[in-house]
Design a protein around this ligand. Structure first.
Ligand code: PEP
Ligand code: MN
Length: 352
């Protein structure tokens, strides 16, 4: 899948700044949509998002305004010149959205998680040249995310971007949806051509988390951000706690640091993640070694044996220093590490 293209033509995004997609979680009224869109357009936002059909956990909540909202998006296009984007989950949504001139479609997290739904969407998009954003599935399953993307690709869709919106967790956390950054990092490794868009609104679930999460996404080399913005967030009919007013969004965007070498940073982050994993294992092993050491100490005490047995210690040093040579690490360094470990072991045994 090397022939995946950016979702917008290059003349729309001439510099290296990230693509910003902003707009309310849901289109609620013509006034709300146009008021929000006008403010965002004045700030230079190029793509306006608004959910028309909303996937809600339980029936009876606000399930979106439905088709009537499409005419409001049409007005946004006409009056502001912004591109428009909305969520589609069925063939009917796709037909209606495309008829109304919606420029970009997105697949919601619940839909990405359903292979049957994804196949129907892919079939409906066969031969249609429209950019599609694919949110990660609600569960942390990279293969399911890639599978959804492949279904669209196989249907001929070539302008595809992945949206990282975090993953649900049964336990309560700081975040509404856990970021599990290693998953989008691995997606990037597997599909390096595909643009990545961060969705700090749905990861954070709270206004004050948007800025740090957006920065983290940029630090990881994401090419874009999708951020929920509403002219009156407190009155929003969905996701009120995480929506920013356009002027709050302006401040968040102004403070973002766009790294020059995003690819470098991404590689570095992944390598650091690996180092952190190894350090974790080292500490677990050290703790286990100390535990066994204390067990030996207790045994020696029971048997009335001395704590320090010089010959055994010398054997350990000699053996590990030769092993270090074979492994290509400095034997002197290994000697220092073992001495420190041995010293602590002796301390632990003496204390018993
Ligand atoms: C949304 O973008 O408003 C939305 C419903 O997102 P998700 O599918 O990520 O929950
Ligand atoms: Mn939302």
């Amino acid at each position: 899948m090397t022939d995946i293209y950016p979702i917008l033509p290059p003349n729309v995004m001439p510099d290296k700044s990230p693509l910003v997609i902003a707009g309310p979680c849901s289109a609620e009224s013509e006034r709300q949509v146009l008021d929000t869109a006008t403010q965002l357009a004045d700030m230079g936002v190029k793509v306006f998002r608004a959910g028309i059909w909303k996937p809600r956990t339980k029936p009876g909540g606000f399930e979106g305004v439905g088709s009537v909202g499409l005419s409001w998006l049409k007005r946004v296009k006409q009056e502001t010149g912004m591109f428009t984007a909305t969520e589609v989950a069925t063939e009917q949504h796709i037909v209606e959205a495309l008829d109304a001139g919606v420029d970009i479609l997105w697949i919601g997290a619940r839909t990405t998680a359903s292979p049957f739904a994804m196949q129907q969407i892919a079939d409906a998009l066969q031969g249609v040249d429209v950019p599609v954003l694919v949110k990660n599935p609600v569960n942390p399953d990279l293969e399911l995310w890639i599978g959804a993307i492949q279904r669209l690709y196989n249907a001929g869709v070539r302008r595809i971007a992945a949206v990282h919106r975090g993953f649900t967790s049964y336990e309560k956390h700081l975040y509404r949806n856990l970021p599990h950054w290693h998953i989008p990092i691995e997606l990037r490794r597997r599909m390096p051509q595909m643009p990545n868009i961060g969705d700090p609104s749905h990861i954070g679930g709270r206004r004050e988390l948007i800025a740090p999460l957006a920065q983290q996404a940029l630090d990881l080399g994401f090419e874009g951000l999708i951020i929920e913005s509403h002219c009156c967030p407190d009155e929003a009919l969905s996701d009120a706690a995480q929506q920013l007013t356009p002027s709050m969004l302006r401040d968040v965007l102004a403070q973002l640091v766009v790294r020059e070498t995003s690819l470098m940073t991404e590689t570095l982050t992944e390598l650091r993640r690996q180092i952190d994993g190894i350090d974790n294992q080292l500490l677990d092993l050290l703790a286990e070694r100390m535990r066994i050491s204390r067990e030996i100490g207790a045994y020696k005490k029971e048997q009335n044996m001395p704590v320090l047995q010089a010959q055994r210690y010398d054997e350990i040093l000699q053996k590990r220093m030769s092993q270090a040579e074979v492994l290509g690490i400095n034997p002197e360094f290994v000697k220092n590490v073992l001495q420190a470990i041995h010293e602590e072991s002796v301390q632990q045994q003496v204390k018993l």
